[in-house]
Ligand binder design. Sequence first.
Ligand code: URA
Ligand code: CA
Length: 433
Amino acid sequence: MRMVDIIEKKREGGELTTEEIKFFIEGYTKGSIPDYQASALAMAIYFQDMTDRERADLTMAMVHSGETIDLSAIDGVKVDKHSTGGVGDTTTLVLAPMVASLGVPVAKMSGRGLGHTGGTIDKLESVKGFHVELTKEQFIDFVNNSKVAVMGQTGNLTPADKKLYALRDVTGTVNSIPLIASSIMSKKIAAGADAIVLDVKTGAGAFMKTEEDSEKLAHAMVKIGNNVGRKTMAIISDMSQPLGFAIGNALEVKEAIDTLRGEGPEDLTELVLTLGSQMVVLGKKAKTLEEAREKLLEAIKNGKALEKFKEFLKNQGGDPSVVDNPEKLPQAKYKIPVPAKESGYVSNMVADQIGIAAMLLGAGRATKEDKIDLAVGIVLNKKVGDKAEKGESLMTIYSDREDVEDVKAKIYENITISSHAEKPVLIHKIITE
Ligand code: URA
Ligand code: CA
């Protein structure tokens, strides 16, 4: 087989065989196929697209390019959740204990934050003592006994994706549905998921800015999952403004605790119930999404979800007393309001830019090496659609430095007050096919 023939075939709109796709991924991973040929093929795929069969084959070839995690020692259907990334996205912290409290095993591999999006591990580390350095045996024991554990990324998973993603980044081929969908799905499958729930974000803070593109991506991923024997569902949810109120590590842990108590922000609560229902159905602990939602609401009401969160923190070395005493979480030195300059309705709050404002405070990393400040961040006092009087606080800045004029300027640039405004739709679509 010759790589040049594969490139030409795709360039002309042909359908690659399973063997051709394997040849490319194997050769590219081990270095016998050079970057320039891989770039040419990525560009051909960008313009010519791939069939459903090719997409499934590409995904599985990438899965097999490296190690895979074997979760077969864990009882039950292992359901993983993936979000395409957003600002103030506190969902995993709430979802994991909530669905675990209904007996669905959550064996989660998570990462750290970069840029305007946060990472689950950073957030959890704001609980004193909590760590994700578990042996594989500990990880499996915790999931079997407590139904939930979070581990840092380990092993050499999907090296083909790592190499190809880096190449796409510099060759103008990131934004291709078959390439994005296979990249995301290969990582979830290599991490051992039996079933997958996808939260595809749409809007300013999201990877996919338009609803049309988000929907295409969601359909592509659901199809790949189901074609390779992993039951997959997706939702498309709003990321035009930050999710919930809190953006920042300790602040989001507090928000997660409130939500597990049934006292969380309306949008975050609705999102975790929607995603959680899919996880519970895929985990076979309910027959319908409606039944699953009832059970989840019950777990919040009877305190089981919150108890599960405490158990999870304790298992991984964290201090569970923060749940009842959130003031034990890292606290910022200064709380600085951002007053409205005029009266009206909040009509826009650009999610990614507000995320960058939180990053300026030290809540996120600009580069992988940056250290983050767990205490700092932003809490929204108003959401899009809310009325604001001149002088009323739109947001509160939680900071360890007194001078936050740069952060304030960034916030004012990215929030609009108008004479009228509508609340954005949160759940755009539910895809279960
Ligand atoms: N996220 C991924 O993991 N892969 C892509 O290709 C794009 C976004
Ligand atoms: Ca939040």
